[in-house]
Design a protein around this ligand. Structure first.
Ligand code: NAD
Length: 512
């Protein structure tokens, strides 16, 4: 594993066990139970850790508070310089970083490189933002007074991430959090701890040359759900950003709300595409295959429901089936592979259970769903992406199964298609393929898609930095990475300044 050597990750261990508590000043083993992370590619053990524990969190919190006391006074453009250099360092090691993603998350090389590019892109975005943390100037009703609004650093931010975007989600939060003046503690998925060490290493390489900035501003603790729960409960974090399943988000949000903290949630999706009878089908088919089968169906924005006009559904399914049957499935590190493995055996079991349930609920499997063992590394869970025709209101269709299953549903009236699109509890990403301007505008109108992302003539997945990313309903309501997402990481103060010689009260109140 030369990427671990080149990135210097192999130095972050004692014996065979990697450190689980890393703050730049402290690098220590966890105090808790031992665990191993395995590669989805072939099931091989990649790393061994010990869980960091809630009592170790207590120590780290002190370092984060001390780091915050310094970072908040460093001018934002200087904090932007830190992020600029982190982006440069990530550019330098792009190939190696992508390799760590492929090893831990099973992504094909082009998608892993794309994820590192997302990190680089958000660095560029955040550097610009560091000179644009704009407040407001407000007129006052009182003579000799003026008002203004300022945005101030918030405090240490905790970031809990999922396995499937181990670098990009951390980068969205951390690069903006840093320019806003907040130290960031990452608790990565137990399935992708080496990615966390790689990012830590890149950031610490840069921090070593910027002695005015405390090293703990980029910290990592590696542990399980118990550590995540302790983070959610800790007053140290005015903001907890959590990405993962809806069940996890519900637990985190409840705990954080209990102490009146803020949570920023990026949870499950159940994304749909409407294919109108006027659609450019050549474009639509390419978008469907990338959105539904790409990343082996393991993106939060993966296309899960295809809502197709009845008059064209047979042709669409036939062409899709042909494409699906020629998809190269295999080792994600091999050139030409388009579909890599599922993350683990549990994920495979959940996919099989969902397919069985779909059949019980009247669904017909058109193709795929079976495990692939020929021409793929032994020990990994490779599957043929599945297409299932089923009724839109079958209960299984309302759930997110984190695997490549595409449910094909049909509609006659466009209004019904919109209703179907919106009838699930999740609200992340959506798309319409149409050449009809009225349909496209209706889809984006107040009565259209209820998702955070509503695309026209492109698929549901593959968002770019710059737009706010996130979704409604059970997706959690958070918005990250672009637009005004920076405000999540700051607190707002309203200042009223009296430059006159009198003390008039608001609303004309007389108190004398
Ligand atoms: P997961 O919910 O199993 O785990 C995510 C993280 O939460 C892990 O770090 C885990 O240790 C932690 N965790 C679990 N229970 C917790 C608790 N009670 N308190 C605190 N932390 C806890 O998710 P996963 O399997 O790694 O990822 C897949 C899921 O993530 C899918 O549902 C997918 O849609 C979602 N996802 C959403 C987005 C988005 O931006 N909306 C992005 C990526 C993934």
């Amino acid at each position: 594993l030369t990427c671990l050597e080149t990135l210097g990750i192999n130095q972050l261990k004692q014996g065979a066990t990697f450190f689980s508590v890393l703050t730049g000043n402290t690098q220590a083993l966890g105090d808790g139970a031992e665990f191993s992370a395995h590669s989805p590619i072939d099931g091989a053990r990649l790393s061994q850790f010990k869980n960091a524990t809630p009592s170790q969190l207590h120590e780290v919190n002190k370092e984060l508070q001390e780091a915050f006391a310094i970072l908040r006074n460093i001018p934002a453009p200087r904090r932007g310089e830190l992020v600029r250099r982190i982006g440069e360092e990530a550019r330098k090691y792009k190939d190696e970083l992508a390799q760590v993603i492929s090893l831990e998350a099973g992504k094909i090389v082009p998608e892993a490189l794309g994820e590192v590019q997302e990190w680089i892109d958000v660095c560029d975005f955040a550097v610009g933002q560091s000179r644009m943390l704009h407040g407001l100037s407000i007129v006052s009703e009182r003579p000799g007074h003026r008002m203004m609004e300022q945005w101030q650093p918030l405090g240490p931010v905790a970031v809990i991430t999922a396995f499937n975007f181990p670098m990009a989600v951390w980068a969205w939060n951390t690069m903006l959090g840093l320019v806003c003046g907040d130290p960031v503690l990452l608790k990565p998925s137990e399935k992708a701890p080496l990615c966390a060490l790689a990012m830590y290493r890149i950031a610490q390489n840069v921090l070593a040359d910027m002695p005015d900035i405390p090293k703990a501003v980029v910290s990592v603790m590696i542990g399980d759900r118990e550590l995540g729960e302790a983070i959610a409960a800790s007053d140290t974090f005015p903001l907890v950003s959590a990405t993962g399943s809806t069940a996890m988000g519900r637990a985190v949000a409840t705990t954080v709300a209990g102490r009146l903290g803020r949570s920023l949630l990026e949870l499950g999706g159940n994304n749909a595409m409407i294919v109108s009878k006027s659609a450019d089908l050549d474009l639509a088919l390419r978008a469907i295959v990338f959105s539904a089968a790409g990343t082996a169906g393991q993106r939060c924005t993966t296309l899960r429901r295809l809502i197709t006009h009845t008059s064209i559904v047979d042709g669409v399914v036939e062409r899709l089936t042909k494409s699906y049957q020629s998809l190269p499935i295999g080792n994600p590190l091999a050139a030409g592979t388009l579909v890599g493995p599922l993350v683990d055996e549990d994920s495979f079991a959940r996919m099989q259970a969902a397919l069985a349930t779909a059949q019980q609920q009247g669904g017909e499997i058109i193709c795929g769903g079976q495990r692939v063992t020929d021409g793929v590394p032994a020990g990994g869970f490779y599957v043929a992406p599945a297409i299932v025709r089923i009724a839109h209101d079958a209960p299984i269709v309302q759930q997110e199964t984190f695997a490549p299953i595409l449910y094909v549903l049909t509609y006659d009236d466009f209004e019904d298609a919109i209703a179907m699109q919106n009838e699930v509890p999740q609200g992340l990403s959506s798309a319409v393929f149409t050449e009809n301007l009225r349909e496209a505008e209706y889809f984006m109108s107040p009565a259209g898609s209820d998702c955070g992302i509503a695309n026209v003539n492109i698929g549901t997945s593959g968002a770019e930095i710059g737009g706010a990313f996130g979704g409604e309903k059970e997706t959690g309501g958070g918005r990250e990475s672009g637009s005004d997402a920076w405000r999540n990481y700051m607190r707002r103060t309203t200042n009223t300044i009296n430059y006159g010689g009198d003390l008039p009260l608001a609303q004309g109140i007389v108190f004398e």
